[in-house]
Write a protein that binds this ligand. Structure first.
Ligand code: TIU
Length: 234
């Protein structure tokens, strides 16, 4: 078992039964010109989460920890897009409208795909989800249960929307989730803080919170080469 310094208390996991879940690191959220900006957000806030998430991803790969990615988005014909989500916020651009990175939040478009720094490799399932939660209308639970996964290490964007929704869903399905505070990002610094507070409050009501360095230090005890390579950028 690996033990990570975390709040509200130590997070202990078996790497053979753990998945790293990389949530929605899509151009549509992280870069200007995508869905995130169409909602009125400053996308630069999210970029801070990328280097820590990249180190964690590389270390987990090298350590043989299972990796799953998610993407939020919709079918090209928008048949899985609720009218409520389409209309919400009265945005200047709607989901499905053309933008500089292709049609906003539509599967197969450049903006919908994952940024290069944390791009999936062979053997890492990509779960396409129509909502905020990674488990709603997806086969995420089947993928994890099939491998006997019990513990989740969570990175992604945005902290209080798709990350927190997914952690709440995971909690109800019997997973223990550890969220890495510097490897998740929000458009709102205040929401970043309180979203993490909510997860770890009441004895870890939804899960645990730590940071990428604490996670890597813990992994280093059993997998020194994997962590050294990730820290060196390999
Ligand atoms: N708007 C916002 O903060 N997030 C989303 O719409 N989706 C995700 O968090 N992925």
């Amino acid at each position: 078992m690996i033990r990570v310094q975390a709040e509200p208390y130590e997070f202990e996991f078996d790497p053979a039964r753990t998945a790293l879940v990389m949530i929605d690191f899509q151009r549509d959220f992280v870069y200007p010109g995508g869905f995130g900006e169409s909602l009125g957000n400053d996308t630069s806030y999210l970029l801070k989460a990328l280097p820590p998430a990249e180190r964690v991803l590389k270390a987990c790969r090298a350590a043989g920890i299972f990796v799953v990615h998610t993407r939020e988005g919709h079918r090209g014909d928008l048949s899985d897009l609720p009218v409520t989500k389409y209309e919400r916020g009265k945005p200047s651009l709607h989901i499905g409208d053309p933008g500089p990175m292709g049609r906003l939040l539509v599967r197969g478009e450049y903006g919908h795909d994952i940024v290069e720094e944390v791009y999936p490799i062979d053997g890492e399932p990509v779960v396409d989800k129509p909502g905020k939660g990674a488990f709603y209308a997806t086969d995420m639970d089947t993928i994890l249960k099939t491998r006997g996964i019990r513990w989740l290490i969570v990175c992604g964007v945005t902290t209080e929307v798709c990350v927190q929704t997914s952690v709440r869903e995971a909690n109800d399905r019997g997973y223990d989730a550890l969220v890495l505070s510097d490897a998740v990002g929000s458009y709102f610094p205040e929401f970043q803080r309180v979203a993490l507070e909510m997860i770890k409050a009441q004895g870890g009501i939804f899960g645990w919170v730590s940071d990428s360095e604490s996670f890597l230090s813990a992994l280093q005890v059993s997998h020194p080469d994997a962590v050294a390579a990730a820290r060196a950028g390999g």
